[in-house]
Write a protein that binds this ligand. Structure first.
Ligand SMILES: NC(=O)c1ccc[n+]([C@@H]2O[C@H](COP(=O)([O-])OP(=O)(O)OC[C@H]3O[C@@H](n4cnc5c(N)ncnc54)[C@H](OP(=O)(O)O)[C@@H]3O)[C@@H](O)[C@H]2O)c1
Length: 215
């Protein structure tokens, strides 16, 4: 698939590199074209880099990593985004003292309102960036969950398939409204890593136990 990375920082680099390793065509986009180009050069595997607008035009699937930037602000004409799948992996900034508030409106829902026809999927926000360094074989052995919430069933299944390719175990987390809950999971993950000191490779996974008689 053609995947456009909107913001080539930690998460954009890690996911783009993981999918490039699976043979997907990656366009790393950034506010500073030179740094996006240098990310692409480091990743290699025929990935390219350039502006956010070019990454958005390139991708059938877009990965939004710049929480405060509305998708419409990244392109000249937002209508060009209609029909594209947009993965939102953003979490809110950590508040002082890790005193998180309930999430009343998610980034994913805001992006969906911003561009009518954009097929937004909330996913990957409950995984610390370090986890992608384990892709795909080690991840596969540990059945690490990626939760996917979306209103568009086809878009959700595309993202779940992309997650499977890099070794993750996707779980359908329901409609896009549930992005609010997933952002809360993202908050808890950061609490567990940084306050409870579980470590940078902590994951939140859905494990279903067999019936007691078979366990
Ligand atoms: N890091 C993690 O472990 C992790 C895990 C799960 C979810 N997340 C979430 O993923 C998102 C990205 O995290 P990250 O660690 O990848 O951050 P990061 O390394 O700072 O990358 C963010 C990227 O967004 C770009 N950006 C920021 N503001 C922008 C704007 N207004 N317009 C266009 N581009 C903008 C930055 O560009 P410049 O380089 O030009 O500043 C950078 O490339 C955050 O919402 C975070 O909460 C992070």
């Amino acid at each position: 698939m053609k995947i456009g990375i909107l913001g080539s920082g930690n998460m954009g680099r890690a996911l783009g590199a993981a999918w490039a390793g699976c043979g997907h065509a990656i366009f790393f986009g950034g506010r500073t074209e030179a740094s996006a180009i240098s990310v692409a050069e480091r990743v290699g595997r025929r990935s390219v880099g350039g502006s956010l607008a070019r990454a958005a035009a390139f991708g059938e699937v877009l990965v939004h990593t710049a929480r405060d930037a509305m998708p419409s602000a990244m392109v000249e004409d937002a209508r060009a985004l209609a029909g594209k799948v947009l993965i939102d992996l953003n979490n809110k900034p950590v508040p002082p003292g890790y005193a998180f508030e309930p999430v009343l409106e998610s980034y994913a829902e805001r992006y969906a309102v911003d561009v009518p026809g954009l097929r937004v999927v909330k996913a990957f926000n409950t995984l610390p960036v370090q986890v992608f360094g384990y892709a795909p074989d080690i991840l596969r052995r540990h059945a690490v969950t990626v939760f996917a919430a979306a209103d568009d069933a086809d878009a959700k299944s595309i993202v779940m398939r992309l997650a499977t390719e890099i070794g993750l175990a996707p779980v359908d987390a329901g409609p896009l409204r549930n992005a609010r809950v997933l952002e809360g999971f993202g908050d808890m993950l950061r609490y567990l890593i940084n306050v409870a000191k579980l470590g940078a490779a902590t994951t939140l996974s859905a494990r279903v136990l067999p019936p007691p008689g078979e366990a």
